[in-house]
Design a protein around this ligand. Structure first.
Ligand code: GLY
Length: 388
């Protein structure tokens, strides 16, 4: 083994969740390191960046809603702080979202969602099809109605990732550009990581923030292995030429034949169309079928979209947990913390995750708002399962 390098906090994974954790830890005075072959990569390179606590509300996810809303409230200050500190523009747009229905079944589903949103105390206004098209004239004439949610915004996750790399560098975070191979445990405590290249990285505390790969690290005792799995999302990027602008003025989303499609227009002319949801392991192939389905559904929603140049196709992996909520904070192994399992909400949950993990690293406990997301809620089940 090569000579040991030591930090107070070693974050495994340099996606936006790992980076925000490292940045906040460094701000608290911890000597912090990030282990990732390509910091700033991962799911943020694919994600559309919707901050959609209200329009992505799902039945049975009320507890998660509380954390999503807490993070949505933090986004304005978080974006301002990160931009002030790094000089990076994050593409944060307070543009709102319109969720529309294309047929009678979609309309009924959206009506139910509206009732649920109102019961949950959320701001959401029902609009007729004509009112939807008045807001967004490119919408298909057949749109039957929709929900106007002025509080669901967007940010550009690629810019957030780049800004967080800069923020970490400026805060003295050390980057080890290698793959994590194995967790080292000594005297019943997480003691560090050995990399694939054989480098030993010792640490006072280890934060596992490796997205859908988090459960694959060797050396994890079974009772603390996070039950995360990859859920593939294929995403397209189109470009709106200046002569077509403004093509859409806000995020537009819909359920089309049971599948979710969303269109996220950026100020720089990029139009992100997402996303498939596929359980295929760690496969990130972009398929003809995936691209076809996205274009078919998006075209039904906004017919003029097929005139636009298609500039990029990509697939990423959402780190999903059994209850769709993240695993945050201390585990049953001293010195090992988790920040993973963010599934559909990684970008939205970035600010609150950074704050929660910094608190946990400093105090050994979770703040009240994050208690339901303790990794310990899965510990008993983990003992009876096979490692992934
Ligand atoms: N939050 C968008 C997605 O997971 O596709």
């Amino acid at each position: 083994m090569s000579p040991t390098r030591t930090s107070d906090v070693l974050v495994v994974g340099g996606g936006i969740i790992g980076l925000v954790t490292a940045w906040r830890a460094a701000q608290r005075g911890f000597a912090t390191a990030v282990l990732d072959p390509a910091p700033g990569g991962g799911a943020a390179q694919v994600a559309a960046g919707m901050l959609a606590a209200v329009t992505e509300l799902h039945f049975g996810e009320q507890t998660l809603l509380g954390l999503n809303l807490a993070s949505a409230r933090r986004w304005p200050d978080f974006a301002a702080e990160l931009t002030d500190f790094t000089g990076h523009d994050l593409g944060y747009r307070r543009c709102g979202t319109l969720a529309v229905a294309l047929d009678a079944d979609d309309r009924a589903e959206l009506r139910e969602l509206h009732v649920f949103q109102r019961q949950s105390g959320l701001e959401s206004e029902w609009l007729s099809g004509r009112e939807c098209r008045r807001l967004e004239p490119m919408l298909a004439p057949g749109v039957r109605g929709g929900l106007r949610v002025d509080g669901d915004h967007q940010v550009d996750p690629r810019r957030v990732a780049a800004a967080l790399v800069t923020a970490c560098e400026r805060s003295g975070v050390v980057f080890h550009r290698e793959w994590a191979e194995r967790l080292e445990v000594a005297r019943e405590r997480a003691a560090g990581i050995v990399t694939r290249e054989g480098t030993a990285l010792a640490a006072g505390q280890v934060v596992l923030a490796a997205g859908s790969l988090s459960g694959r690290l060797a050396g994890l005792p079974p009772e603390v292995r996070p039950p995360v799995r990859p859920v593939k999302g294929q995403v397209l990027r189109l470009t709106v030429p200046p002569r077509y602008a403004p093509f859409l003025s806000r995020t537009v989303r819909a359920v089309v034949r049971g599948g979710h499609v969303y269109l996220v227009p950026r100020e720089n002319g990029e139009l992100v169309v997402g996303a498939t949801s596929e359980e295929l392991g760690w496969d990130t192939t972009v398929t003809a079928g995936g691209v076809y389905e996205l274009l078919r559904d998006a075209h039904e929603l906004v017919p003029g979209l097929t005139e636009l140049p298609l500039t990029e196709t990509l697939a990423g992996l959402r780190p999903a947990s059994p209850d769709n909520a993240p695993l945050l904070g201390p585990t049953g192994l001293d010195g090992l913390l988790l920040a993973t399992g963010h599934h559909r909400n990684g970008v939205l949950l970035t600010p609150v995750t950074g704050d929660v993990l910094a608190h946990a690293l400093a105090t050994g406990s979770l703040p009240d708002e994050a208690r339901p997301f303790t990794p310990r809620r899965f510990a008993a089940a983990a003992l009876t399962e096979q490692p992934v």
